[in-house]
Design a protein around this ligand. Structure first.
Ligand SMILES: Cc1cc2nc3c(=O)[nH]c(=O)nc-3n(C[C@H](O)[C@H](O)[C@H](O)COP(=O)(O)OP(=O)(O)OC[C@H]3O[C@@H](n4cnc5c(N)ncnc54)[C@H](O)[C@@H]3O)c2cc1C
Length: 415
């Protein structure tokens, strides 16, 4: 596969762009693979990529029931940050954030990582205390964040109203190297890099069953036939419970729809990401000028994967007090994705009761930012059949042992 380069751009410009090849090869399933990943979202593709890059395992298939990146990876609001409270979370999210810094070069694909800074507003005394505590924890973890004053907030975000009647801005937790990336490009970049290593990415191929013998995985049944493997990674986010059932075990997980919306495009007015967790909304401006607005999750479990009117109203109403200018914006479209929530709001990267079958899920409302770190940790787990430093605390056994990684403050609402 030819590498993308400035030279290739010039060459193709001169010959009317007739020489570009498919970004990744279209593959049909083989009878057997050394490893199969179910789910071609960012986490599944990153797992495959690091299996090849870090462990030399390249006889790998990634099976996707729809189209690549069509799940939450292509539906999220792309916030990247690593300002979590607990050490295991800070470690994996910071690993991911630092991999994002050079991901475009690593994948030879522009993922448009934009470390424009992420700000989490403190709008109650409780949040002030919580974010100061997180800033101290981050200092110990080596994650660069700081607690900033309302005046500094205003300086960084001129369109914000800091003296709102109900929820004035009292300060903020600020991560200057947090930001955004282009979500589709992250999936496409990993897919292309996997394909370049000879892996098969097979779309429109739903896994309908998991075959096993004597407690060990032997393969999968799919809409394109049966495929054998001794190493299976389930990375299907909102459908993790469904896939686990097919493999014969249960997960402590709930699936709910999480929604977002974008406005019409306007001129540049905000060059950082702002999260307002008390009123429950967050906003950034896309490169096209749209205000990207995220809201909360539905209050009941469902698999609908679509937006609803009351969420637009609730989210915009919540944000208008802090950002009065958005009251005059027209909203362009809204959508939903099915996210997988654990009780402690931390992910699961784990072996399962079925030998040779591994699961990566539970990223809930905030897994886009984790994609490179999660793929790295999952590949390590699958290659060595044992948890590594990044995944050790995120095993399934923590729910039996009551050893939670409680991130409900840092991750329960925010993204
Ligand atoms: C509205 C919204 C906003 C969000 N905002 C943010 C944010 O700002 N920052 C952040 O960090 N995170 C955010 N998230 C969360 C983030 O999107 C997810 O945590 C992350 O994308 C999960 O990636 P994934 O690869 O695990 O899952 P997905 O991208 O959902 O991929 C799973 C794939 O598995 C496939 N699949 C399912 N079942 C099968 C089967 N049986 N056979 C084959 N394939 C199957 C699905 O089709 C899907 O493509 C948001 C999510 C939503 C919905």
């Amino acid at each position: 596969m030819k590498r993308y380069s400035a030279f290739a751009l010039v060459r193709e410009a001169l010959r009317d762009h007739s020489g570009w090849k498919r970004a990744w090869e279209k593959a049909q399933p083989k009878a057997e693979y050394d490893a199969i990943i179910v789910g071609a979202g960012g986490h599944g593709l990153a797992t495959a990529y690091y299996l090849g890059k870090n462990h030399g395992i390249t006889n790998v298939a990634v099976l996707e029931k729809g189209w690549l990146g069509g799940g939450n990876t292509g539906r999220n609001t792309t916030i990247i940050r690593s300002n979590y409270l607990q050490d295991p979370s800070a470690a994996i999210y910071e690993k991911a954030r630092s991999l994002y810094e050079t991901l475009s070069q690593d994948l030879n694909y522009n993922v448009m990582f934009s470390p424009r800074g992420v700000m989490m507003l403190a709008q109650t005394e409780h949040e002030v205390r919580g974010y100061k505590r997180t800033a101290h924890a981050n200092a110990l973890q080596g994650v660069a964040t700081e607690y900033i004053t309302p005046e500094r907030v205003q300086e960084l975000v001129p369109i914000i109203r800091i003296d709102g009647p109900r929820y004035p801005v009292l300060g903020a937790l600020w991560q200057p190297r947090g930001g955004t990336a282009r979500h589709d490009a992250v999936a496409w970049g990993y897919a292309r890099a996997c394909s370049a290593m000879g892996m098969d990415i097979i779309q429109q191929c739903e896994v309908t069953g998991v075959t096993q013998e004597n407690g060990r995985v032997t393969g999968v049944e799919t809409t394109k036939g049966a495929i054998r493997t001794k190493r299976l990674g389930i990375v299907v986010a909102g459908h993790s419970g469904v896939m686990a059932e097919k493999a014969g075990f249960r997960l402590p997980i709930e699936s709910v729809a999480l929604q977002a919306l974008v406005s019409e495009p306007i001129k540049p007015c905000m060059d950082v990401v702002v999260m307002a967790n008390t009123v429950h909304g967050y906003m950034s401006q896309s490169d096209k000028g749209e205000m990207v607005i995220g809201g909360g999750a539905d209050g009941y479990n469902n698999y609908t994967q679509r937006g609803s009117f009351h969420h637009i109203e609730e989210t915009v109403r919540a944000l208008v007090e802090t950002f009065p200018m958005i009251s005059r914006l027209k909203m362009l479209r809204q959508w939903g994705g099915i996210v997988d929530m654990t009780g402690d709001r931390s992910p699961i990267i784990s072996k399962t009761p079925l030998d040779g079958c591994f699961i990566n899920c539970g990223w809930g409302t905030g897994g886009f930012k984790a994609i490179p770190g999660s793929g790295w940790a999952m590949a390590d787990l699958m290659a060595k059949d044992a948890p590594g430093p990044l995944s050790a605390e995120f095993g399934l056994d923590r729910f039996r042992q009551g050893r939670f990684v409680d991130e409900s403050v840092a991750a329960g609402v925010a993204h």
